[in-house]
Ligand binder design. Structure first.
Ligand code: NAD
Length: 283
């Protein structure tokens, strides 16, 4: 079997175009454009690249972006004050602290300080609680992007065995909840799981979000499975690759998201969707 590659770039662009059109309609009616505030603490090179991508995506969608660059020495108290100011600013619709934060800053405190209606990363207790209840809310971008890809490809999750490798608050856990709400039977593999490949091989839908390069090989994949690769790693020659060995997925799965060009572009597209949602709930 040769897997068909899922084009996350094309699906993401379609979503971004829809967001742009909706914002253009709002501004044509005399409304102000949405505004996203991104807070970058320190000078982590990868974070700087991600923030630039977000600024570019905002510009293309007609969303104003305001990047607040703070030195790595910024105290937690100063950062919380900054977030309070953004919460109170009626012209700001979304607030996104770029993770990871420097070690002396407690990301739980930072995320919890954001007004949930502006929490476009969907990580606050309020939004994650509503996700647990399957109530409308701002959903975490990467898991929501994975679900959009499955929907776009016509993958019906109901009754399927879905296995998620990873249990982070950012990706693995919310993804498990979204899959349960889509009526899949969900199993989680994590770093302490015994015989992970035997469990993975049962999956009709296998999602790798472990942050372990090429962890998933042929003997982890059920023939014909849908394989979604969330992982992002840089190879020695500077290229991007994922948690799944691509040639093994291509020869075994029926559908596969490549890295790059699979889940990554969906994350940024869902951020634009969330900014629009946060804005529309305010105007
Ligand atoms: P994380 O480190 O917070 O969580 C990784 C999870 O995987 C943990 O729960 C851990 O228990 C599990 N795990 C680690 N090694 C394992 C192993 N060998 N076997 C089984 N389980 C294992 O990472 P994260 O933030 O959830 O991100 C996961 C990956 O997804 C990373 O590569 C990250 O760069 C990538 N990511 C991609 C996007 C995107 O837009 N494509 C967005 C967020 C994260």
């Amino acid at each position: 079997m040769t897997a068909r590659l899922i084009d996350g770039k094309a699906v993401g662009q379609k979503l971004r175009d829809q967001v742009r059109q909706k914002i253009a309609a709002h501004t044509a009616n005399g409304r102000r454009p949405p505004c996203l505030a991104v807070i970058l603490v320190g000078d982590d090179p990868a974070s700087q690249v991600y923030v630039r991508h977000k600024e570019k995506a905002c510009e293309e969608a007609g969303i104003k972006s305001k990047t607040i660059r703070l030195p790595a020495s910024t105290t937690e108290a100063d950062l919380l004050t900054q977030i309070k100011t953004l919460n109170q600013d009626v012209a700001i619709d979304g607030i996104l602290p770029q993770l990871p934060m420097p070690a002396h800053i407690d990301r739980v405190k930072v995320v919890s300080a954001i007004d949930p209606s502006k929490d476009v990363d969907g990580l606050s207790f309020y939004n994650q609680g509503r996700l647990g209840w399957n109530l409308p809310a701002l959903r975490p971008c990467t898991p929501a992007g994975v679900m959009e890809l499955l929907k776009h490809e016509g993958v019906n999750c109901s009754g399927k065995q879905a296995v998620v490798i990873g249990r982070s608050v950012l990706v693995g856990l919310p993804l498990q909840l979204l899959l349960v709400h889509a009526n899949a039977t969900v199993t989680c593999i994590h770093s302490k799981t015994i015989n992970p490949q035997t469990i993975a091989k049962n999956a009709d839908i296998l999602i790798a979000a472990a942050g372990a390069k090429h962890l998933v090989t042929k003997d982890w994949i059920k023939p014909g499975a849908v394989v979604i690769d969330v992982g992002i790693h840089r190879t020695d020659d500077g290229k991007l690759t994922g948690d799944v060995k691509p040639e093994d997925a291509v020869s075994t799965a029926s559908l596969f998201t490549p890295v790059p060009g699979g889940v990554g572009p969906m994350t940024i597209a869902m951020l634009m969707v969330n900014c629009l949602q946060a804005y529309e709930s305010r105007i």
